[in-house]
Write a protein that binds this ligand. Structure first.
Ligand code: NDP
Ligand code: 2IT
Length: 450
């Protein structure tokens, strides 16, 4: 038997104050119980003890000068969690809520997500408590250069390949990669999410959102259902949310909500996604500017609701996509969604549903797409970018999109098969955790004690 409580107690002692990390570990370990009962090798080989301790963690000072010449200091992180299946791979997050526990939860999830893709990818994550919001372009550039000055010697196309996450988009990747190139003297695939003009892959910007919708299409198909005509609820208004909205509209669904750190937007007629992309991507403005064009939409400022109780989840919709951040959908939100007849909840963000919310959804028979499966399209196309870089090639958009579709289909299939094998058909959380774990754990055992 796997004693989950014992592992968590030990983790709390050795790595104090990392609540999000404990939450991610507890979810995975609880799902693995049936696998451990059927195969005692994993216990004998102490795979869990090895998996929950990162192979290497870098924590570094990032000192940079603001436009007034004042020296500012932030904390930088790169957690190189597991490399049994390939080079460490995972994004960088720049957000004021970043701390050691957040980066470790993200890195831990990334191990299983990357394993589920079937591609040669290890797991890692990094970032900083730096907030790009409110800073000039030149301040952001100086911050990125200082961050990469500390990191460049630890990354490379076959060792560790960072990409974007919250607060790190194409602009930041450009500044980071420029500094990597300057300091290392190499032009190689040490980062993904690069601009297409200098080594990026077509469809990487869209990949997480599109992949999320492809995955959810497979979930609905299991119940002989499809997106056409479905009312959808989306949270967030960043990279993942905007491309989820775009693909939903393309498939004939009607997404009616999104949100950002200033509040929630509801447009019952169906969101104008092109306008949203202009406001959020091009102009980097607040979401309420949408009302300048669409006076029949409603904007609810963040100040008008309790933290973690987004009005998005109180709306009536058939499929819900949390695409902003961790723990943004709690138990009460899950109850509200169920009361309003939700059919499926599929995670674009990493760990957006709290553990009790997930339990509630599963008990109510709602289809649940866990983030480590549903949002794996981003990292999967990152790996296609690595392949293109290694071959000095660039593929057409159709080819990348087709590969993405197949990868999402296969991830769904792996999670479904494992859920059936362990007696809970349709429980994709169980299936994804077992299928991801098994691939990485077997590789660790085969490669000997490390
Ligand atoms: P972005 O920075 O592009 O967008 C994040 C969005 O969420 C923004 O609209 C932001 O608001 C909002 N947001 C962030 N934090 C909060 C908060 N604490 N409260 C309310 N709103 C918040 O990031 P991404 O879209 O890339 O990432 C979103 C989620 O998807 C994250 O969980 C990330 O880990 C996950 N993910 C991302 C992948 C990728 O390829 N980018 C791949 C897989 C998962 P505002 O606009 O005001 O800043
Ligand atoms: O959470 C994620 O999977 C990402 N932020 C993307 C990681 C990547 O390396 O493309």
């Amino acid at each position: 038997m796997l004693n989950v409580d014992e592992h968590l107690a030990r983790l709390r002692r050795s790595s104090p104050g990392q609540d999000e990390f404990y939450q991610a570990v507890e979810e995975v370990l609880t799902s693995l119980q049936p696998l451990f009962e059927s195969d005692p090798r994993y216990l004998r080989e102490s795979v869990i003890e090895r998996l929950i301790e990162p192979e290497k963690q870098l924590i570094f000072r990032v000192a940079w000068q603001d436009d007034e010449g004042r020296v500012r200091v932030n904390k930088g992180y790169r957690v190189q969690f597991n490399s049994a299946l390939g080079p460490y791979k995972g994004g960088l997050r720049f957000h004021p809520t970043v701390n050691g526990g957040v980066i470790k939860f993200l890195g831990f999830e990334q191990i299983f997500k990357n394993a589920l893709t079937g591609l040669p990818l290890g797991g890692g994550k990094g970032g900083s408590d730096f907030d790009p919001k409110g800073h000039s372009r030149s301040e952001i550039m100086r911050f990125c250069q200082a961050f990469m000055t500390a990191l460049y010697d630890h990354i490379g196309p076959t060792t560790d390949v960072p990409a974007g996450d919250i607060g790190v988009g194409g602009r930041e990747i450009g500044f980071l990669y420029g500094q990597y190139r300057r300091l290392s003297g190499r032009f190689d695939g040490a980062m993904t999410g690069k601009s297409f003009a200098w080594g990026g892959s077509l469809v990487r910007p869209e990949a997480t959102g599109y992949g999320l919708v492809y995955f959810t299409e497979k979930m609905l198909a299991e119940r002989n259902d499809a997106f056409a005509g479905k009312t959808c609820l989306v949270s967030g208004a960043g990279n993942v949310a905007l491309h989820t909205l775009e693909k939903l509209v393309e498939l004939g669904a009607r997404p009616i909500t999104c949100s950002d750190s200033t509040g929630a937007l509801i447009h019952e007629k169906g969101l104008d996604v092109a306008l949203l992309k202009t406001i959020k991507e091009e102009r980097r403005e607040r979401l309420d500017r949408y009302l300048d064009t669409h006076t029949d939409a409603v904007f609810i400022p963040m100040a008008d609701y309790e933290p973690g109780r987004s009005p998005v989840w109180a709306c009536s919709g058939e499929v819900a996509f949390p695409c902003a951040t961790q723990n943004e959908l709690g138990l009460e939100d899950a109850r509200a969604l169920i009361a309003n007849g939700v059919l499926a909840v599929s995670e674009g963000a990493n760990m957006p549903c709290t553990a009790d919310a997930v339990d509630e959804l599963l008990h109510a028979g709602v289809l649940y797409g866990p983030g480590k499966a549903a949002n794996a399209g981003g990292v999967a196309v990152s790996q296609l970018e690595m392949q293109q870089n290694a071959a000095m090639a660039s593929w057409a958009a159709d080819k990348v999109d087709e590969r993405l579709r197949l990868i999402m289909r296969d991830i769904h299939q792996r999670a479904c098969d494992a859920s059936k094998e362990f007696g809970e058909p349709g429980n994709l959380m169980l299936g994804a955790n077992i299928a991801g774990f098994r691939r990485v754990a077997n590789a660790m055992i085969e490669q000997g004690v490390f």
